[in-house]
Design a protein around this ligand. Structure first.
Ligand code: NIG
Ligand code: FE
Length: 403
């Protein structure tokens, strides 16, 4: 391998979206080792600096490495049969009540070995990587026993250590009620609080704890117990909330200084206010909205008015969002939710970083930052949201290495 420590590498004449805004002139980005050493207009670069550096690319658009801050990309089996049922008019909730949905993926995931889950997740992760993703959050939530939740989190950690991408893990044991706890949801919450969270914390397998606060998931009171247990282990929390109904899960999450509340189609103004006060990010998941053919759009204007940062993610999972292409979410967020292209891009960069507790470390380009960035073969950043067109990623730089 070439020793990159001393070489200065130059990306020149690029339009730069730094995670917040787009440059109005052509920019230069200099990398030394693994670090962004300079970021300035081309006009400020001396001839000497240009000559001394090794030019890696000229032109195009540079963005931070993209961040997919909400995925369930480790799972066994497939739910193509349920896709067909939904096309015939059976609802997502009805399928769940019949013992399908999340629970059918739980059965397949429990039956899979760590190696099988790893091999199944790999092409999904590679699809995200080829789409410019350098940081991805991966949830558990299809094991629902101590052993199987930890199994999923170990696979997530292994993906992060063996693949060229940062992986952030989230324990989502409170995703659905496992069949062995039928009519005993509180007993399952006891297991999560007393055994699963402590074990995940002891092995450092979870960076955060998530819940599904919903009629087909868990009540506000049950989610609150999970948050209290997470807090006792210094784990940040987040919630799938207000997806199919308004139970107040987002406001609960905000009371526990949640990193994010996700989905939020049914969020009301009080919930938005609570999130604004707590600094909780609103994570929009247009892939699930699209797949489930929802009609209720998240309260985008209220989120703007109260300046709640909006993140955007694939929610990649076998049921509600079998989508492993983050760039497609840019288009869907604009077309379905009426985000501006800039808002959508912030959603997969700076705001997504914040949703993972990584503000200042990922999702923005600045001098001194680790060099995770993408070079796109386009003329303006908004083209990423405008056209549904894979293959425009020219270079992906992860920890200083081009891939
Ligand atoms: O984010 N809402 C709950 N959980 C996932 C769906 C999981 C599944 O259907 O397998 C979601 O949409
Ligand atoms: Fe989800």
């Amino acid at each position: 391998m070439i020793n990159r420590q001393d070489t200065t590498r130059l990306w020149r004449d690029a339009i730069l979206f730094d995670g917040r805004q787009t440059s109005d002139e052509k920019m230069a980005l200099l990398v030394v080792g693994n670090e962004i050493a300079q970021l300035c207009p081309m006009s400020e670069l001396s001839d000497e600096q240009i000559q001394e550096a090794e030019t890696m690319h000229s032109g195009g658009v540079i963005t931070p490495g993209l961040i997919d801050c909400h995925t369930h990309l480790i799972f066994g089996g497939s739910r193509a049969d349920e896709f067909e049922q939904r096309l015939e008019g059976v609802s997502y909730e009805e399928i769940a009540r019949r013992g399908g949905g999340i629970i059918s993926t739980v059965r397949a995931t429990r039956a899979s070995s760590e190696e099988e889950l790893y091999q199944a997740a790999l092409p999904r992760l590679q699809a995200l990587i080829q789409d410019g993703v350098t940081t991805v959050e991966i949830k558990s939530g299809y094991g629902l026993t101590l052993k199987d939740e930890l199994k999923m989190l170990r696979v997530a950690r292994r993906l992060g250590s063996e693949q060229p991408v940062n992986v952030v893990t989230t324990l989502l044991a409170a995703h659905a009620l496992p069949p062995e706890f039928k009519d005993n949801a509180d007993g399952y919450i006891d297991l999560i609080c007393n055994e699963i969270i402590p074990a995940a914390a002891a092995e450092n397998l979870a960076d955060a704890v998530d819940v599904f606060c919903e009629g087909i998931g868990f009540s506000v009171a049950q989610c609150e117990r999970v948050f209290q247990a997470a807090q006792a282990y210094d784990l940040r929390v987040k919630a799938h909330a207000e997806q199919l109904s308004n139970l107040g899960g987002s406001a609960l999450a905000a009371r526990y200084q949640a990193l994010s509340a996700d989905h939020i189609e049914w969020l009301d103004e009080d919930g938005v206010k609570a999130m604004a006060e707590a600094g909780t990010v609103a994570t929009l998941l247009p892939g699930a909205f699209y797949t489930l053919r929802d009609t209720r759009v998240p309260p985008i204007d209220l989120l703007r008015r109260y300046q709640v940062p909006m993140a955007l993610a694939t929610d990649g999972n076998p049921g509600s969002s079998p989508i492993f292409q983050l760039s497609l979410m840019l288009n869907m967020a604009c077309t379905l939710f009426r985000l501006t292209p800039t808002e959508a891009l912030q959603g997969v960069t700076s705001h997504a970083a914040r949703a993972l507790g990584l503000s200042g470390q990922a999702g923005t380009l600045a001098i001194g930052r680790q060099s995770d960035f993408c070079v796109w073969d386009i003329h303006s950043p908004s083209e990423l949201a405008y056209a549904i067109q894979p293959g425009r990623l020219k270079q992906r730089i992860f920890q200083g290495e081009i891939s």
